[in-house]
Design a protein. Structure first.
Length: 138
């Protein structure tokens, strides 16, 4: 199981978490980037997000997933990393928000975020979401 970490910029409004039998929880840190994108997509589908597009591996303009939910468009940059995710990921999803004319932009990772990434996200209203293995909380 996993839960979203919380800090002033982080947002756990969708309550992404892994549900499954013990021993069947995927090891987030060992996934490839593409596997992590699919994992995030699947978690969103489980939470009731129904219209989710995956973008091509190249030329995605900063979005890995495009979600249409409750009359809003959300662009998501997925970053599976063993290091804190930096400001570049926030910049990428900001570009995607403009390119895809989305109302929201999120960066989802298995790691943490740098202070610079948090500062830009706060200013630009980008939601930062962290998936971690552990107790499941919403």
């Amino acid at each position: 199981m996993c839960a979203l970490a919380s800090c002033p910029v982080l947002d756990n409004s969708i309550g992404l978490h892994v549900q499954g039998q013990e021993g069947s929880t995927p090891e987030l840190d060992n996934m490839s980037g593409q596997e992590f994108e699919i994992f995030v997509r699947d978690q969103l589908l489980r939470k009731g997000f129904k219209n989710i597009e995956t973008t091509p591996g190249t030329g995605d303009m900063g979005a890995d997933l495009i979600v249409h939910h409750q009359s809003r468009k959300i662009v998501i940059q997925c970053k599976r990393s063993s290091n804190p995710v930096g400001v570049a990921a926030v910049q990428e999803v900001l570009g995607a928000r403009c390119f895809y004319t989305a109302q929201e932009a999120w960066v989802v990772t298995n790691a943490t975020f740098t202070d610079a990434a948090r500062r830009l996200a706060r200013t630009a209203e980008v939601r930062l979401k962290v998936l971690k293995l552990g107790a499941c909380t919403l």
